[in-house]
Ligand binder design. Structure first.
Ligand SMILES: *Cc1c(COP(=O)(O)O)cnc(C)c1O
Length: 427
């Protein structure tokens, strides 16, 4: 797609004009907006609640759980991880039988990484970068440890901590690389890898590739089939709006489904769970990557957000996301750069996901002043990053304008100086 950079103007009337021209503006009414004065730019951490998710949960609790009880498993519950997986497959350019909902992102990463490494005889390196999410690094390091003493995790560092170290990763690939595992869109800077190019490079050396799509799903149009991706995992409570702790998804390319083995071989991934046989035999296809009973309450809450994204279409979502992050960067140039904020995300839309990180030495206290005094919710990531996410389904251009205006107020009135310098538990 071509990304045109629109001209912006630094006044409120222009923000309203952008909203008036926005063909996705009406999607905001599909979400619960309890406090119209709250500026919520955290769709990359926890998406807003879709009205349809609230009513689906209520129906599920009252009608299905309450009245159908255990009969529900044979009346549609059991196939929900597959059916919802197929919808997510549509969002990420995969085949419907390549995606399933299960567990958390971290647990899925563990299952697929260990399965991949064990399937790669004689190869002992897992390759990743320091822009990856810490949980992913902990899991990958644990996988290397479990796999055996000859295995190790090789961490490639990004010199500027904004752009992915692509050339260094390519140089590190060799015939001993078992697995390359990265975040497709990185959580701090929002740098987004060229998945197809890097996957192809890894394949030249016979390595498997496992992408974490947590910050990319619902934000960027993905095409896992075209990129020939082997394995992927992703989170559903961010841009998919699945609700706090909603179950994650995992993707295994068809050709690998029978070759790899789920290391957490529980009964729901067994060929015939209700035969209750004593020996484990994996179910065919993607099914074997399940482990235990699906979390039905969280599963049913997830469908509404996915449906809204499918309705909007990822190309339109991306077009708005690019324009909104460009707008954040434009307002940063106008007003925030002179106040000491630096841009900690790629300047070119092509390399950026749907959030923008700004750095400021007082980032932690500034984020607290925004949250606690001025009703703006961005988040803070060490050492000095404030992250502002554009979730195109519910964020308006006026949200962005207001966030920057209030941020200026924090600086002009030095509101951040009223807050302590130590961090609360959740930032
Ligand atoms: C949000 C996120 C996760 C979340 O992991 P959980 O196990 O669901 O808590 C994992 N990886 C990345 C890259 C994320 O952004």
């Amino acid at each position: 797609m071509t990304l045109t950079i629109p001209m912006f103007q630094p006044d409120e009337a222009f923000a309203y004009q952008l909203d008036a021209q926005d063909d996705l503006a009406s999607f905001r009414t599909q979400f619960v907006v309890d406090d119209p004065n709250l500026i919520y730019l955290l769709g990359n951490s926890l998406g807003r609640l879709p009205h349809a998710a609230a009513s689906r949960l209520q129906t599920f609790v009252n009608e299905e759980w309450g009245k159908r009880l255990i009969r529900g498993w044979n009346e549609g519950w059991f196939s929900q991880p597959n059916e919802l997986g197929a919808k997510i497959a549509h969002l990420i350019g995969a085949h419907p039988d390549e995606v399933i909902i299960a567990d958390s992102t971290s647990v899925n990463l563990f299952k697929l990484a260990l399965a991949a490494v064990r399937g790669q005889h004689g190869r002992t390196t897992i390759l990743t970068d320091n822009l990856n999410f810490p949980s992913d690094l902990y899991i990958l390091s644990g996988v290397a440890q479990l796999a055996g003493p000859e295995y190790h995790l090789q961490l490639i560092t990004s010199p500027d901590e904004i752009y992915g170290p692509v050339a260094a990763l390519q140089e590190a690939l060799n015939e001993r690389t078992a697995l390359l595992s990265l975040s497709a869109t990185v959580f701090k800077s929002s740098y987004s890898y060229d998945m197809a190019a890097l996957t192809a490079k890894a394949h030249e050396y016979g390595a498997l590739v496992l992408w974490d799509l947590s910050h990319a799903t619902g934000a960027i149009p993905l095409n896992l089939a075209a990129a020939e991706v082997d394995l992927a995992v992703g989170c559903t409570y961010k841009y998919l709006c699945g609700g706090p702790g909603s179950p994650a998804f995992l993707y295994v390319r068809r050709a690998l489904q029978e070759k790899l083995q789920n290391p957490i071989s529980g009964w729901i991934g067994q060929n015939n769970p209700f035969a209750l046989g004593l020996a484990y035999e994996p179910a065919p296809g993607i099914q074997q990557f399940l482990t235990g009973t699906p979390s039905m309450l969280s599963l049913v809450a997830l469908e509404a957000g996915v449906d809204l994204l499918l309705q909007a279409g990822m190309e339109r979502v991306r077009a708005k996301s690019v324009r909104q992050t460009e707008y954040i960067i434009y307002l940063w140039e106008q007003w925030l750069e002179p106040l000491g904020f630096c841009l900690k995300s790629p300047r070119e839309a092509r390399w950026r996901g749907s959030h923008v990180a700004l750095g400021h030495p007082e980032g932690l206290r500034i984020s607290r002043a925004l949250k606690e005094s001025l009703n703006v919710l961005p988040d803070f990531r060490k050492p000095d990053n404030l992250r502002f996410a554009a979730a195109p389904l519910f964020n308006s251009y006026h949200d962005i304008y207001q966030a920057v205006i209030r941020l200026r107020r924090v600086m002009d009135e030095q509101l951040y100086t009223h807050y302590p310098t130590e961090a609360p538990v959740v930032t």
